[in-house]
Write a protein that binds this ligand. Structure first.
Ligand code: PLP
Length: 450
């Protein structure tokens, strides 16, 4: 039996999949931050280019992937699907474990799947510069790579703590030609305001988003790009699940369980939505599990409510699982999972009961990642360790129950830029933070009342 399932370039999907076409109930509307009325396309135009706004709002099932985007995708796509024989053996499980590997992209994660089309549509619209935020550096790297391809200036607001701790990430972004700024910064009004109050502020994704949005709103040649959460980002990531479906067919298996990690929800949606959609259209149903960090538990402990996407309340209000836009998670190592909210589409589908969510601590996840690395050879990104942990738990359940289920998970990135986190884990320096009900209630008390 093969270890990996590879598709030819000619078998790469030519359209993304939009789960909105198959939902039994439509997504709640996005509201304007000032008027609290549903937003219109023109409300979003200061931030995004019309093609992306259309993708944000469409309920068409298929959206064609433009030819120039497909050409760049071919640098690393179709991505391989592996059968995890080594991990199965290490666990002594009767389950069959498969993983889709997104770490083969130039940036080392799934994020270029959306960075490339976002840069493409902006270039087509005559935009000169993109602004964005980055936490761990994955999205900033991906957008910088995309900007280099389409000759766009890219300004990345990197959360200050990660700017200091991850100089190599910054160096990669600069290699691609991007400008990288520690956030909060002196470049924006909001950044200056935060620094005036707290000169040594270590930053947060919410603040970095506010800064990136502010620059975009002020300049007609500049647009903003977001690496997760939004419908169009989840749409672009559907290529992960679409390819996986073809590859599972090649393997002659179909997943009983699908596992993904969730920060803003894009790689999870990428692997899971095509399968969930097919089940909604009458196809075979898989159990789907989202895994999040206990230190930022929006799906398992957050509230499903309208909230802002950023700290300065410049973004529209979306209904989502949120910990409150002022929630500042502790500096744990899966930086890509530190966002206070969850994608509205993922949140809505959770409310419809179409998947389960679980949370694990970072120590549990690093332990799982090390088991995986020793059995399979790939060192996962700290974020991906959450998916690994979820898959291992399912495989151990199969072992207890004597079940030969098929498990598919998304290995969304490698950890080569995050080895300091592994070093800290091996040195016993990682701590786990569990929130009390009071702490969570405090963060949620700032939710807007509508
Ligand atoms: C950014 C990132 C995540 C979290 O983002 P999602 O939108 O939830 O996918 C997870 N894993 C990796 C490797 C990332 O870079």
């Amino acid at each position: 039996m093969p270890t990996k399932y590879l598709l030819d370039e000619s078998q790469m999907p030519t359209a993304w999949y939009n789960i909105q076409a198959d939902l039994p109930e439509p997504l709640p509307p996005v509201l304007h931050p000032g008027t609290h009325q549903p937003v219109t396309a023109s409300d979003l135009e200061p931030l995004f280019t019309p093609a992306l706004i259309e993708q944000e709002m469409t309920t068409e099932r298929e959206v064609e992937i433009p030819e120039p985007v497909r050409e760049i995708y071919k640098l690393w796509r179709p991505a391989p699907l592996y059968r995890a024989y080594g991990l199965e053996k290490a666990l002594g499980t009767p389950a069959k474990i498969y993983y889709k590997y997104e770490g083969v992209s130039p940036a080392g994660s799934h994020k270029p799947n959306s960075a490339i089309p976002q840069a493409f549509y902006n270039k087509e619209a005559g935009i000169k510069r993109l602004t964005t935020e980055t936490g761990a550096g994955q999205w900033g790297t991906s957008l910088s790579f995309a900007g280099a391809h389409f000759d766009l200036d890219v300004t990345v607001f990197q959360v200050s703590v990660s700017y200091q701790q991850k100089p190599y990430r910054r160096a990669v972004m600069e290699t691609y030609g991007a400008k990288c700024v520690a956030s909060p910064s002196e470049l924006t009004e909001f950044g200056r305001q935060v620094l005036a109050e707290t000169p040594d502020h270590t930053g947060s994704l919410g603040i970095a988003i506010s800064e990136a949005v502010e620059l975009a709103v002020k300049d007609p040649d500049t647009k903003y790009a977001l690496g997760s959460v939004l419908n169009h980002v989840l749409l672009h990531q559907s290529i992960i699940g679409l390819e996986s479906m073809q590859q599972m067919e090649m393997a002659g298996d179909w997943p009983d369980v699908i596992v993904g990690c969730t920060g803003g929800g894009s790689n999870f949606a990428g692997i899971a939505f095509p399968f969930i959609g097919q089940a909604l259209r009458g196809g075979q149903k898989s159990r789907v599990v989202a895994v999040e960090p206990s230190a930022c538990p929006s799906l398992t402990r957050g509230k499903y409510a309208y909230d802002y996407g950023d700290t300065a309340h410049m973004t529209p209000l979306t209904k989502m699982h949120t910990l409150g836009a002022h929630f500042t998670p502790p500096g744990f190592h899966a930086g890509g999972l530190r966002y206070h909210g969850m994608a509205p589409l993922v949140s809505h589908i959770k409310e419809l009961g179409l998947f389960d969510a679980v949370a694990y601590t970072q120590k549990q996840c690093f332990e799982a990642g090390v088991i995986f690395a020793r059995a399979e050879g790939i060192v996962p990104a700290p974020e991906a360790n959450h998916a690994v942990k979820g898959a291992i738990e399912e495989a151990l359940r199969c072992k207890r129950e004597g079940k030969e289920e098929v498990i598919l998970f998304n290995l969304c990135g490698h950890g080569h830029f995050d080895m300091a986190a592994y070093t800290a884990y091996f040195a016993g320096q990682l701590s786990d933070h569990e929130y009390s009900e009071e702490e969570l209630a405090m963060a949620l008390s700032g939710l807007p009342s509508l």
